[in-house]
Design a protein around this ligand. Structure first.
Ligand code: IMP
Length: 423
């Protein structure tokens, strides 16, 4: 066991990382986000109260935990300010408990306008329209405006340079141009709202690691949305893998990796999805699993668990320990299916190639397993559910350490606690 654990998504996001991080954070001194932005929607349910966090790490509901937003996150300051206000209004004490890196590149209004305008066209990807892709484009082009630039009052020329490029594309898309001085004032006003949280995340983490503090690293999105190892081009703009935590935080914590997968699969947005199902099973999983996007409200696409995809996600994350979530949602189905391989051009293949176009030529090869029924409360599982999990372990070579059987924080069956040593 380690005092540093990175919780990472093994699918197309929405695996239940927020719940797992919130549960583990009871034992954590720090919880740190390292990538993504407010495209994420991490859901927590504590004593019947549901909260969806988009930017603030899912440790914030534990009063002694300090939450960090690392340099790898793209930051919408207005959204962060609104989210912290919501938390305070709901009784969460925030003072001194959130630090945001001054190195974060900002999501600015022209990024959001570009994302929305592109999504209105034929080449849409099904993004969350939060400006995450365009903000990363500015960052990679070395034109990003960072939080520290604005707080130091050195942003006007940088904003002007970045928006000049955006205005060219906006004109092509028949969208109005942004006025650079107006935008610059707006960016300053937004950054000012979160100034009290700005700080040096890498240094805080280095000091914490030196003291032996317990640190949780919270991934967002999932391996199949990773810019390099996901189902390109239907991916997000960032790396969503555990290895991206070092550059995204400014320190290599060498954490243990806990991968999170649902007991089935969902995805939002476009792109290949070989095990996408339909009919009564989809209805069952959507209803019991409340499978609607927590950021956009869109219907999530739903399918069976895809073992080649899971093996790929484990491999690229160097991960051999899993939390399986929403096992309870499968209760009541007569039969559950596992995709164990694909057929591509008539040939069987056991490996997912991280490419949406190639994956769209793949047909799933299924194994059928008997279903189970009843509440999976935190006692022992029905034999058929145990057999299903054992088969997943056998096919992936990874251990199922935690099984989530309901949305509440503690609705888990824990076989091996990721942070606590066995008594
Ligand atoms: P973007 O990250 O908004 O640019 O969207 C790119 C793709 O990633 C789209 O298919 C989104 O639906 C998907 N995506 C982004 N964030 C999440 C998430 O937190 N959960 C699930 N899908 C996501």
């Amino acid at each position: 066991m380690s005092s540093r654990v990175c919780v990472i998504g093994l699918q197309w996001g929405d695996e239940g990382k927020g719940k797992v991080v919130d549960w583990l954070a009871a034992h954590a001194d720090f919880v740190a986000r390292f990538q993504g932005g407010n495209n994420a929607g991490h859901t927590t349910v504590v004593a019947g109260k549901k909260r969806v966090l988009h930017l603030v790490p899912s440790g914030i509901l534990h009063s002694r935990t300090h939450c960090l937003i690392g340099p790898g996150v793209v930051l919408d300051c207005d959204e962060l300010a609104a989210e912290t206000e919501r938390l305070v209004r709901s009784g969460v004490q925030m003072a001194g408990r959130l630090t945001v890196s001054t190195q974060c590149a900002l999501i600015m209004p022209h990024h959001i306008a570009l994302d929305k305008a592109r999504e209105a066209g034929a080449a849409r990807l099904g993004t969350t329209k939060r400006g995450v892709g365009p903000a990363h484009e500015s960052k990679v082009a070395r034109r990003a405006v960072r939080l520290g630039d604005v707080l130091a009052g050195k942003h006007a020329a940088l904003v002007e340079r970045d928006v000049a490029v955006a205005n060219l594309e906006l004109a092509e898309l028949n969208e109005p141009a942004f006025d650079a001085p107006d935008l610059s004032r707006q960016v300053f006003a937004s950054a000012t709202k979160v100034a009290k949280h700005a700080g040096d995340v890498a240094d805080l983490l280095a000091q914490a690691a030196g003291r032996g503090a317990t640190i949780l690293v919270e991934g967002s999105q999932g391996a199949l949305l990773d810019i390099d190892q996901g189902t390109y081009p239907h991916v997000t703009a960032a790396s969503c893998l555990a290895a991206a935590a070092a550059p995204g935080l400014g320190i290599d914590l060498r954490p243990d990796v806990l991968g999170v997968t649902k007991a089935y699969t969902t995805r939002v947005g476009g792109g290949a999805f070989p095990t996408e199902t339909g009919g009564k099973e989809e209805k069952h999983m959507r209803t019991l699993g409340a499978e609607f996007g927590s950021t956009t409200g869109r219907n999530r696409r739903i399918g069976w668990l895809d073992i080649p995809a899971l093996r790929h996600a484990l491999l690229v994350n160097g991960c051999n320990r899993m939390a399986v979530t929403k096992l309870d949602v499968l209760s009541g189905l007569a039969e559950v299916r596992l995709c164990v391989a694909y057929l591509r051009n008539g040939e069987r293949c056991e490996r997912l190639v991280p490419d949406s176009r190639m994956l769209s030529d793949c047909e799933p090869v299924y194994e059928n397993h008997p279903g189970w029924s009843g509440d999976l409360l935190c006692g022992s599982l029905p034999a058929a559910a145990e057999a299903y999990l054992a088969r997943i372990e056998k096919l992936t070579g990874a251990a199922v350490d935690v099984i989530s059987v309901g949305p509440e924080r503690d609705a888990n069956i824990v076989r091996r606690h990721p942070l606590l040593r066995a008594a």
